[in-house]
Ligand binder design. Sequence first.
Ligand SMILES: *Cc1c(COP(=O)(O)O)cnc(C)c1O
Length: 364
Amino acid sequence: MRFKVSDQIRSIKPYVAGKPIDELKRELQISHVIKLASNENPLGFSPYVYRAVISMLNDMNRYPDSSGYLLTQKIAQKYQVNPSNVVIGNGSDDLIALLSTAFLEQDDEAVMPYPTFLMYEITVKASKAKPVMVPLQDFGINLDSLLENITAKTKIVFITNPFNPTGSFISKDAFNDFMKKVPDNVLVIVDEAYIEFSRDQSIFNSLAAPLTDPRIISLRTFSKAYGLAGFRVGYGIMDNEISDIIQRIRQPFNVNSLGQAAACAAIEDLDFLQRSIDCVHTGIDFLTAGLKNLGLDVLPTESNFLMVNVKTDATRIFKKMLSLGVIVRSMQSYGFDTFLRINAGTRAENIECLKALETVLAEG
Ligand SMILES: *Cc1c(COP(=O)(O)O)cnc(C)c1O
């Protein structure tokens, strides 16, 4: 191409999202499809959200509130931080990109576990910096190995807790030990997209941490536990000096009016949040038992999804399940050739998923 593009950008592999339900319906010409592939909320979202969004529709000729005033206030109140510590984003993906843009220069390095959520690698490369990928150990983040890979060029370390895709987690003790060895000028981005689902009391929770340790940035999202994935709302809690920088470079209207209204309503409905969490716990336990019954090995998980070893080519199984109208994820592209990732659905979805997998495995 005659237009110059940097090697980093050229090396980005396009993000592959979970297959959309409507796409599979079109392809197979069937009307019933279930999706347990993108860790979405099987219960939908709070009725408060529905009402708030309908009433916001009347104002959609106006630009959104660029400061996200109300939503920022509500988040700050919920987590007992100052509004100036909160930055909202068009999903937490947006915040990952903003942080990479703000803090990475050419030749800088960002250390991350491998394999993991692809947005870290993509945004680091888009910022012309170098992702340093540190292999997992026993399906979890290897904190010692992350530390060994920190150099004078390192500006950011990415941590996901609980971890996607394996469901493993980092304890308070392990994280605090880790932070003792992280240099003062390195930011540690803790992506807690799934933390609401964690049942282990020893898990590290970063929310109050940025106030005592400016290196730590917590990222959270309304996409999972609150069921607002389509609205695209995430937020970060960070030290004032960092939020001041991010506020300068974010698009003024990065969270649209419907997203702001939806998130403001969702954060008030604690009952829906609790039902969502309960549904995930029930679903994970049900799927785990059902998969073990099929003779399969399931990784323990603190999240709303689990990884299962189907002991054969996972992509082949994934495709056969697709033909039965069940969308899950093959973990082959993550290097886990025989693993599927399945998120907890409703009881009916979980039953259907187990049946489809049993049918497919019986075919050999
Ligand atoms: C789903 C997910 C997110 C959330 O992304 P949004 O942009 O907020 O929808 C962030 N990090 C990880 C690891 C995820 O799996």
